[in-house]
Write a protein that binds this ligand. Sequence first.
Ligand code: PEP
Length: 251
Amino acid sequence: MGKVVAGNWKMHHGPVAAAAFFSRFKPRFAPDSVEILFFPPDLSLAASMETAAVPAGFGVQNIHSAKEGAFTGETSAEMARGAGARFALIGHSERRHVFGEGDAEVSAKAGAAVRAGLIPVVCVGELLGERRAGHLEQVLRRQVGAIVEAVAAASRFMVAYEPVWAIGTGETATPGDAAEAHAIVRSALGELASAPILYGGSVKPGNARSLMSAPDVDGVLVGGASLDPDVFGRIVEAGAAAESVNPVREP
Ligand code: PEP
């Protein structure tokens, strides 16, 4: 399988807008050269799956760690799976830094996703201050270390490295920055090191190919630029054209 190109729509595109997106989403790429994933809002999941004309995987942006209960406004992993989701974003930086999720909660959610048969895409990444203080490796090892046990039994899982200072800011890590961080994540994964590691943070058609050609970068997680079908289609095409350099997965 080639690169993974995933779109995180955040709180954008209700069911009508989702259907309109898919009526225009027609990237040209060789079959099997890219795995496309979408993370629409929960309420747009059904409309997205019904209207997508290209092969794609669908997931939710967040789950609760409990199976059910008095948790107003929350969705469990089992419910997401029952609604047709196959993937779940876990620990996205907005969940960590806007909604205050810590490593223990992220780990509990990753475990809940695995038990429900969802494929977790666990997001990690450092704040600007942590990077400037020289704590990149320490932060990534802590965040990855917190989830390895929870995902050890997963048939499949992915990590998304998303430096918080590059999300929605227009600031992008260089391919060299991404490769350095991905190598740390891969090392921290230990026996799970063959998992795909995606880069996220202001990915655009103009930088997608060079980022995806960097060593250890197995794909991208795209926020803002995934909302427009033509723009996201060009990122998918960049994924199909990118070179694969992954010392563990493709020796
Ligand atoms: C994201 O939401 O995961 C993300 C990387 O956002 P953006 O591409 O807009 O920086």
